[in-house]
Each structure stands twice: as C-alpha cells, then as structure tokens.
Design a protein around this ligand. Sequence first.
Ligand code: BDR
Ligand code: CA
Length: 309
Amino acid sequence: MKKIKMILDCDTGHDDAIALMVASKHPDIELLGVTVVAGNSTLDKTLPNTLHVVQHLGLDVPVYGGMAKPIVKAQEVADDVHGKSGLDGPVFDELKIKAQDEHAVNYLIRTLMESDGDITLVPVGPLTNIAMAMLMEPEIVKKIRRIVLMGGAVGIGNSTPSAEFNIYVDPEAAHIVFSSGVEIAMMPLDLTNTALADEKVIERMANIGNKAGQLFADIMSFTLHSQAVNGLSAGPVHDVTAVTYLVAPELYETKKMHVDIDLSKGPSYGRTVCDINDRFHLDKNVTVGLKIDLERFWDLVEDVLRRHI
Ligand code: BDR
Ligand code: CA
C-alpha cells in the first residue's frame, strides 16, 4: 500500500506530542514535516517542546517554526491546562537539535506547490499557519489532498460555552480554512473528550517498556488531573484522533454536514456551527467525527508506540 503523505501542524502540547509519536511511526504514514504554531502556549515554547519530542525519540523529521500570533484576535494560551512549559510532566535532556531556517508557512507553500496534490494536512492546533499559507499563495488550495483536523465542537466548547480552544484562539484563520473548499474532516471535542487516558491506559503504554511508552506515561500522568473531563481522573488525547482517523477511518462514525465558523464578536465567537440536521441546506463541506471505537483506538496507539525506541 502506498503511504499517506502528511504534514502535522501542531502546538505541542501534551496530546500534540502523542499525535506526533503516532504520525511519525505509523507504517501507513509518510510524515514529511512538522510545522509548529502558537496555541497551547507561545511559539517560544511550542517549538522547543516539539523539538524535545523529536530529539528524545530520535525521530528523523524536519520541524518548522510558524506563526507566533493569531491573524486578528489577541493571543490567548492554555497554560492552565498544559503547565508553565506548555508540556509539563516529562523531563527532557538539553535540546541539541534545531528547527529548520525556513518559516513554516513558506515550507507549506513550497512543499504543496511542488507536490502532485497528494499531501494531507493534519492541523491539531489553531489554524493560523494553514490560513496564512492560503492567504499568501491561494494556489495551494488546489494542491491540498485534504485536511484532517482536531478542533471545534458540535455541542459545548471548552474555551467558552460555544467554542473549542483551537478554533477559539484564531477564529478568522479557521474561517479561511473552512470556507476554502478543501475537503475537511474534523474531529470535534465531543468525540475527542471520549478518548481518555486513565491510569489503566497509562500503565498499559508504560508496560511496553520502551522510551515512547514511558513518554506517553509521563505526558498523560500530568494530564490526569489538569485536563480531567467530567470529573474523571483521565486526560483526553484529543489530537491523536485526527492522526488515527487518517489511517483507520473504519474506527469512526462520521457525518457530512455544513460547518461554519461564527465570527460575530458575541458569546458564540469561534463556534463551529455544525448543521447536523441540514437546516440551512448548504453544501456539506465537512466530515465530522461523531464516535470512535475506543478499544481499537487504544490497540492502534499501542501498536504504533511499540515501533518506537
Ligand atoms: C485542543 O486544544 C489543545 O489544548 C489541545 O492540544 C487540543 O488540540 C483541545 O481543545
Ligand atoms: Ca493541540
């Protein structure tokens, strides 16, 4: 089988780090590059956090620093969730590797324009890098195979009652991406909040006995309490579900629907308005993940972690 070419766009971040672990070693994925954006924390943290994961696991993938601020909105970060460093929990050696000199947005434009239209973008942070690339070179829209992202919510948000963090941080960027015409699959909060790593999952991954399993455990042990959902002692691995959707869509229940980003400056600013019952009779521009088979999901994650050092 031909591998799926993908670029991961992330704001590392706990679940971003695990998404990177899965994307970099899944046998059906060719991870071309990792672009980094500000989101969970500022770029001067998300970029080294990404490099730390790459260095720690000896990954052979280029990393590019991208947009440090949202396009319009004032910057907001989630240090209440991800800690002071943006990736509190694991302890890494001193950083010896560097990001590429090229800016992430230029890298995206260059790589997409030189491609045969066979590259999938997997953004798991605010959509600033992707939107900026579309603004700077609109021709890339035709070159993107599709976008599979983590973000938005059908129901209740986590940043506001209406908006999920990745979309809320840069709603204007999200609007550009969602109205671009590119095929989009979206893994919303409603689904990702069910992919919870509890003590049992953490023990299972640690028991693999390699560096990746231990890193998973160190990362998710931090989130047990800081990101606990519904009072449970378990942390969601949101971003991972976008990567696994790419290689195992059969694990998901999905529905195609029209999704719009609310840009009005009221209480719904940054909401992904998901027309699940087709009230607007508009084009169904997004495939939305509604449910995931968690047993097979964790089997898949474990299988990929075993392929690491
Ligand atoms: C999203 O926000 C970030 O905190 C996570 O990394 C994930 O991408 C969940 O709302
Ligand atoms: Ca993220």
